[in-house]
Design a protein. Structure first.
Length: 342
């Protein structure tokens, strides 16, 4: 195994030791579990654990990320968590009709990943050798763990998809120490961002976005910057906002032209300038389901509706955006509506 892979694996096991210590498992028991693991690699999209499976295994994420889904009544599934390195997945959750311990949640690789597999039978044998007072302490910690998970899942499953996704990614960002910062010239759009859970905002009409980002990151700059505004004038500021070794994604630069950049930021600072015009083919089916099932209230992004007779006015507004304009729709027979009066 490559040195950096070994380093990542040791980091994951360090996190795992911390997680097990919160369940009051003895240190020698934890070390024996870690020594008896089997490492398995998964490609992105591969199913690591199926719902209802009774294989008697659980796993620790060594590297990469794993999506955890809960099956729902219509045969679909709901994303409830994104597991990061060091976290436990695949534990049994219920007893099936044949009296076997089965898995409630499905786990699918969100990226290339590696899992350390453990046998439940081996865990049970180790636990059986502990004194009664130690087992009571562990059961108390497990009861707290499951109560917290039940509360979180109950809240999560009652939310619309976008809110669920925001919670899942916010939870992952919190565990990874990441923050999301948005910037716009128009305060009205920042207010909309707040409505989607993006609370760290910069009013670019009042302050320099790149300088503010550096101030919010102890002078370092952002790890990644997404420029979702057309035109080339903001490419240089976006690169200025990124840290050395950071990445800048151009998402709206669809018109060919010229742009001014600092070449030393690419060569010396090793910043990467990337482009993305469309979603991956792998995501198309998920995107269609996301839109057609109305899993996010996309109408909240529509600020103006125009009848066909006012099409020229609608196109003019689209060509010259205003502070309160977001998505503009031309809908035959529709009255003129503005400002989210939908």
């Amino acid at each position: 195994m490559k040195p950096n892979s070994s380093h990542r694996r040791e980091e994951a096991f360090t996190i795992l030791r911390t997680s097990f210590s919160q369940l009051n498992l003895p240190e020698d028991l934890v070390e024996e579990l870690i020594e008896r693991h089997i490492a398995v690699a998964f490609e992105k999209g591969a199913i690591a654990f199926c719902a209802g499976n009774t294989d008697g295994m659980l796993a620790c994420v060594l590297r990469g990320y794993v999506n955890v889904y809960c099956p729902v009544g219509d045969g679909d599934r709901t994303l409830v968590r994104m597991a990061a390195p060091g976290e436990i997945i695949g534990y049994h959750d219920y007893v099936d009709e044949k009296g076997r311990h089965a898995r409630l949640f499905e786990a699918q690789a969100a990226s290339k990943c590696a899992l350390a597999l453990f046998s439940w039978d081996h865990v049970a044998r180790l636990l059986a050798g502990l004194p009664a007072d130690a087992l009571i302490t562990i059961l108390t910690a497990l009861n707290t763990f499951w109560s917290e998970n039940l509360r979180n899942f109950t809240v999560l499953l009652n939310l619309p998809f976008w809110d669920r996704l925001t919670m899942v990614l916010s939870d992952l960002a919190k565990r990874a120490g990441a923050r999301v910062i948005t910037s716009d010239l128009h305060p009205a759009r920042l207010t909309i961002a707040h409505g989607f859970g993006l609370n760290l905002t910069i009013d670019a009409s009042k302050s320099d976005a790149a300088e503010t980002v550096r101030g919010m990151t102890q002078g370092r700059g952002a790890d990644a910057v997404i420029l979702a505004v057309g035109g080339s004038g903001l490419i240089r500021p976006a690169m200025d906002a990124a840290r050395p070794g950071g990445r800048v994604l151009l998402f709206a630069q669809t018109v060919r032209g010229e742009a001014t950049i600092d070449p030393a930021s690419v060569c010396v600072d090793e910043k990467a300038l990337l482009g993305s015009y469309s979603a991956s083919v792998e995501l198309q089916e998920e995107s269609v389901r996301f839109v057609m099932n109305r899993e996010m209230d996309l109408e909240r992004l529509i600020s103006h509706r125009f009848p066909l007779s006012s099409g020229v006015e609608a196109l003019n507004l689209a060509a010259h955006p205003q502070p309160d304009s977001m998505k503009i729709v031309i809908q035959p027979g529709a009255p003129v509506r503005e400002g989210n009066q939908l």
